[in-house]
Each structure stands twice: as C-alpha cells, then as structure tokens.
Design a protein around this ligand. Structure first.
Ligand code: HPA
Length: 234
C-alpha cells in the first residue's frame, strides 16, 4: 500500500484521521474555504478536490468522492487503507421517500439498504446489514438536537441507478426507508471491513413523493447545518 494512489496525489500524512466526504468536489472546496483554517489542498486529480485544515484546532480533511458506490468505494478505501482515516462522515444529498421529510431536512443513515452488489466481494452466505458507527451517530444526533436542527434517524436506500427504467422506489417507501442516495452502503461496508467509524448524513434535496427539487447551486452552497454537525462530531 503506497501513496500517492492513481486517484489521489496526497502522500501519507497529508490527510487527517477525521474526514468529511461530500460527493461534489466543489462542496469539498466550499467546506474547506468556509469552515477550515490553515487549509492545504492535497488533491486535484480528476478535479476530485481534497483539503486538510483545522476546525476548532482539530485536524480535519474534506474529500470529494464523486457519485455512486464505485466512486465512493475507491476514495473511501484508499482513505482508510492508504491514508489512515479512522472517522469518515459522508455529507450528501438524498431524495425523500416519505411525505414528512421535506427539502432541507437532515437524515442520519442508521442503516443503508442497497441494490448494488458491493457486498458480494465479501462472499457472505446471507445478507449483510450496512450500518452507521454508533459512536458517530449518537454524537451527531445529540449535537443536532442541541442546535434545534430538525433530523430523522433511520434507513436509507443506496441505489445503483439514478435514471431508473422501472420504479424501484415504492417498495422501499413501503418498508419505511426514509430516502434514496447512492453512496452510504459502500462507505459503511468499507468502514466495517476495516473496523473504522463511518456515518452518512444527508440533506433532502428532492422528493420522490412530491417531485419537489432544489437547484445544483443550492445543493453546493447550502446544507450548512449538516456540515456543522459533521465537523463537530468527526
Ligand atoms: N436519487 C438518488 N440519489 C439522490 C437523489 C435521488 O433522487 N437525490 C439526491 N441523491
């Protein structure tokens, strides 16, 4: 295991043990520029920006992961195994599956169902249940509540497909899954396999129930409550 990797120009030591993982590299830049001090950009390979700085004196990194399990699977694996990351928090967006979850609401993914075959690499004889780190989840919920940020804890669905030829959503909605996104399950499995802590925090950006949407500019620049939670607990 050596650094740099084909996807990351950082060398070991450039990246903090605690790291935020937005899908969008421009959101990584936004977080670094608006929340971190003494910031150094350690990666621009594929424009998948990564930065290390400090938050309230604590070293924290932030790395774009791209979209989907394949992409976050690569970045999070390298961060854990090649760069020594121990606490990884995805900060992303998700589509609401439940009427009571509105645009801007925060969801903590306690578990992540998936239609991907990511778990097949481990050759289980049954079904693996990807879950959040209890330690990070507990602290995140406690902090969110102390700030009065509306939040819901439960299952999300990590989907392989954004533009579906069929409608896979109804069954997950009926099973009380809260929202759909595309990365949490892979992050949880990579973290579990390496016995490190991971959490996915998502903000609702659109609704599969009401078809409401937000713009990409709002996606990139807003959702600051979720970022504050992640920075506080990571
Ligand atoms: N589907 C999948 N991933 C998403 C969505 C969605 O509707 N919204 C935000 N991430």
């Amino acid at each position: 295991m050596s650094t740099p990797t084909p996807h990351n120009a950082a060398v070991k030591g450039d990246i903090a043990e605690s790291i935020l993982l937005p899908g969008d590299p421009l959101r990584a830049k936004f977080i670094a520029e608006n929340y971190l001090e003494n910031v150094k950009c350690y990666n621009t390979v594929r424009n998948m920006n990564g930065y290390t700085g400090t938050y309230k004196g604590k070293p924290v990194s932030v790395q774009g992961t791209g979209m989907g399990v394949s992409s976050i699977g690569i970045y999070s694996y390298e961060l854990i195994h090649f760069y020594g990351c121990k606490k990884l928090i995805r900060v992303g967006t998700a589509g609401s599956y439940q009427e009571h979850l509105k645009i801007g609401d925060i969801v903590f993914a306690m578990g992540a169902c998936t239609d991907t075959n990511y778990a097949s690499q481990y050759e289980f004889k049954g079904t693996y249940a990807p879950i959040a780190s209890w330690n990070l989840l507990y602290k995140a919920v406690e902090f969110a509540n102390s700030k009065g940020f509306k939040n819901t804890v439960g299952n999300v669905f990590t989907s392989e497909i954004f533009y579906n030829g069929s409608n896979p959503h109804k069954k997950w909605m009926e099973m009380n899954v809260l929202a759909v996104e595309m990365e949490a399950a892979a992050l949880y499995m990579n973290a579990a396999a390496a016995k490190v802590d991971a959490l996915a925090i998502v903000t609702i950006s659109d609704s599969l129930v009401t078809q409401e949407e937000t713009t990409s500019d709002v996606r990139e620049k807003s959702f600051t409550n979720m970022m504050e939670i992640a920075l506080e607990v990571v």
